[in-house]
Design a protein around this ligand. Structure first.
Ligand code: FAD
Length: 284
């Protein structure tokens, strides 16, 4: 099922309350152990995910496309959305890749720039909007793109970041998947800014349950993410309870997003099933 069909349009109080669509992001295991990840995803299947997305070259992971992983999720009857980045991508490579995934029956792709920008100079695509345009011109794939509730780390301000987001939409994007955030007000303000800028696409909030303190340190170095003082205080005061605190925080965060009628919840699972299951068991 394509992104446009999965997510109802927009984010507005006028819409009747419906359950948000759940999706999970996983990454190809660095040790190549697909069977362990497969088992975890099999456990998550009971939450009836609308999508399972597979990162490409993120978290230091592989840039080799894991067709074995994609195929194993297809065999589980999951709707797979592979990611793809500008980094390391020539036109030929992208064309080859998208042909292969279309042949597998895949309908959606998440098109990104990637973070290893020093590698981009040799590439055919500098920014994600160029990749979106190319994929859109060659396929009927439905294309998701990234959005940043607190602005992308390289952007001077959120306004210019939204202008650049518009370029991805004009190039053919169908849905916006956000960077993780911990302060829902940042997300709500962002959506309002997007709507005021004439962007009507579904905006799917990205949720990363905290499992370890170093995860926060890493994320706040890589991305513009505000960690609420109260959460920081709890994590510092009870270092042995990080996962429990992270789970409870995510439950409240998701509950608030649901109350505000988001169209989806996209979980950055970090390839773990237990914590996300606990969150979902508590919110539905
Ligand atoms: P772009 O949209 O190209 O934006 C990058 C920066 O350039 C922004 O500051 C933007 O404002 C600016 N910009 C954009 N277009 C232009 C333009 N035409 N002219 C001038 N400036 C411009 N990374 C991976 O490597 N693999 C993954 O699988 C992956 N998955 C992700 C999933 C999600 C949901 C998210 C939110 C991020 C993911 N990332 C992944 C990280 C992503 O690659 C980085 O955040 C990257 O720094 C930016 O990617 P982008 O697609 O948003 O880039």
């Amino acid at each position: 099922m394509e992104l446009q069909e999965i997510y109802r349009e927009g984010f507005s109080a006028q819409h009747s309350k419906t359950k948000p669509k759940i999706s999970f992001e996983v990454f190809p295991p660095k040790n190549g152990d697909i069977s362990t990840l497969f088992e975890k995803v099999r456990l998550l299947k009971k939450y009836n995910p609308a999508l399972i997305s597979i990162t490409y070259g993120a978290n230091g992971g592989t840039k080799d496309l894991s067709f074995e992983l994609i195929q194993s999720f297809i065999d589980l009857e999951l709707n797979v959305m592979p990611h793809f980045t500008c980094v390391g991508s020539t036109r030929e490579l992208v064309e080859h890749y998208i042909t292969q995934i279309e042949n597998l029956g895949i309908e959606n792709i998440l098109a990104l720039r990637g973070d290893q920008v020093e590698e981009i100079s040799n590439n055919d695509f500098k920014y994600a909007n160029e990749l979106v345009e190319f994929i859109h011109s060659k396929t009927t794939l439905s294309i998701g793109v990234a959005g940043y509730p607190e602005g992308h780390i390289e952007s001077p301000d959120i306004k210019s970041d939204i202008e650049n987001l518009k370029k991805k939409i004009d190039a053919g994007a169908s849905a916006i998947f956000t960077q993780l955030f911990f302060d829902n007000d940042k997300f709500y303000s962002y959506v309002e800014l997007l709507r005021n800028s004439g962007i009507t696409l579904p905006v799917i909030p990205g949720i990363m349950p905290i499992r370890a303190v170093n995860q926060i340190e890493k994320m706040t170095q890589m991305a513009r993410v505000t960690v609420p003082q109260k959460l920081l205080y709890q994590l510092e005061k009870f270092p042995d309870d990080t996962k429990k605190i992270g789970t409870e925080f995510a439950i409240h965060q998701c509950q608030d997003l649901i109350d505000n009628e988001v169209s989806g919840l996209h979980f950055f699972t970090l390839n773990h099933a237990g914590q996300v299951s606990e969150i979902l068991d508590n919110i539905f």
